[in-house]
Each structure stands twice: as C-alpha cells, then as structure tokens.
Design a protein around this ligand. Structure first.
Ligand SMILES: C[S@@+](CC[C@H](N)C(=O)[O-])C[C@H]1O[C@@H](n2cnc3c(N)ncnc32)[C@H](O)[C@@H]1O
Length: 168
C-alpha cells in the first residue's frame, strides 16, 4: 500500500514539476492534430519538430504521413510511453528526454507547439536565433506576440520564420 502511495506521489510530481519549465501535459485533440499537420503542409521526407511532445500523438500522425518527427519531452513517463507506442514508426520518430529550452533546435521544416502564454516570447526568440532555413510554425491556443499568423484554424496559428542572414 505504501509503495502504491509512493508511486502515485512520484507520478503526480512528474506531471506537475514541468510547470516550472513550460506547459503541463494537456494533449492536442485528434481533430486539431490533423488540422495542425494540414496547416504545416509538410511533405514526406521533411522534418517536424515538436517542443513538448507529450504522449507523441502529433509525432505519430506526422510519421504516418512519411514525415520525420523529432520530439522533446521533459516528463520521462511520457517519453517512455511515446517510445513504446511509436515502435512501428521508430525509423521516422525520435523522442529526446529533456528540456527543449536547453537544446538547440534541430534542422527542421516545421515546428509544432502547445505551450502557455508566458513562454511565447521566449519561443519567438529561440526560433529567430536558432533556425538556419525557412521554418513553418504552428502554435495551438497561444499566439506569438508581435507576429501576425499567416493562417488560423480552430485555435491553431500558422507562422513562417525566415533565417536572418547574420552569421550565427
Ligand atoms: C500542453 S502539453 C502538449 C503536449 C503535446 N504537444 C500535444 O499537443 O499533445 C505540453 C507538454 O510539454 C511538456 N513540457 C513542458 N515544458 C517542457 C520543457 N521545457 N521541455 C520539454 N518538455 C516540456 C509537458 O510535459 C507536456 O507534455
């Protein structure tokens, strides 16, 4: 009984400590997942990066379209879970356990995020500083301050970032 209680406390802590670093786990609904990929309009062989990949549903939906999908997730239980359910698509999907603020963005064609308002400005800076090619970004629910979305669909906002020409 004590072990069960301890396990429960550990699970609650794992799901709540992420609030310090970003949004807590709240998955994107299936309909929004499809719409997000529609907005991103990535082609097979292109790469999608998801910051805070949760249970990996976006990564899986992308892989089913032949898109390489890279996720960063802080909660180790969600990392293990998503690796298990992605086994079939393991050639296309990579999930990194870690804090995405501490990882440089990989070379990517698209980015998907479902964060929280207080993190959107920091996200804008990160993308602006780190991309080396044109990147389409879809954010669910929270807008990027000072940027006008190119398209909007049911709470999903599409932005396009171009790399600046300064040497990085
Ligand atoms: C609102 S949920 C969205 C999950 C997934 N993107 C989706 O749309 O279904 C945010 C996710 O980001 C993760 N997260 C929050 N801050 C993070 C950070 N700094 N680094 C990595 N993952 C983070 C949380 O654990 C959670 O799974």
């Amino acid at each position: 009984m004590n072990w069960l209680f301890l396990a429960g406390v550990v699970v609650i802590l794992l799901f709540s400590f992420v609030i310090v670093f970003g949004a807590p786990f709240l998955p994107t609904l299936k309909a929004r997942t499809d719409e997000a990929l529609e907005l991103l309009d990535l082609k097979p062989g292109q790469t999608l990066t998801e910051l805070g990949s949760g249970d990996g549903r976006i990564l899986r939906a992308a892989a089913e379209r032949g898109i390489y999908a890279i996720g960063y997730e802080l909660n180790p239980l969600l990392v293990v879970w998503s690796k298990l359910i992605h086994w079939r698509h393991r050639r296309l999907i990579t999930v990194h356990w870690g804090n995405y603020w501490r990882h440089k963005l990989p070379i990517t064609d698209g980015i998907y995020v479902f964060l929280l308002n207080p993190f959107m400005e920091k996200l804008d800076k990160k993308i602006t500083q780190e991309i080396t090619q044109k990147v389409k970004v879809v954010s669910f629910a929270f807008a990027i301050p000072g940027k006008k979305p190119i398209k909007e669909m049911n709470g999903l906002m599409l932005y396009v970032y171009m790399p600046d020409t300064a040497v990085k």
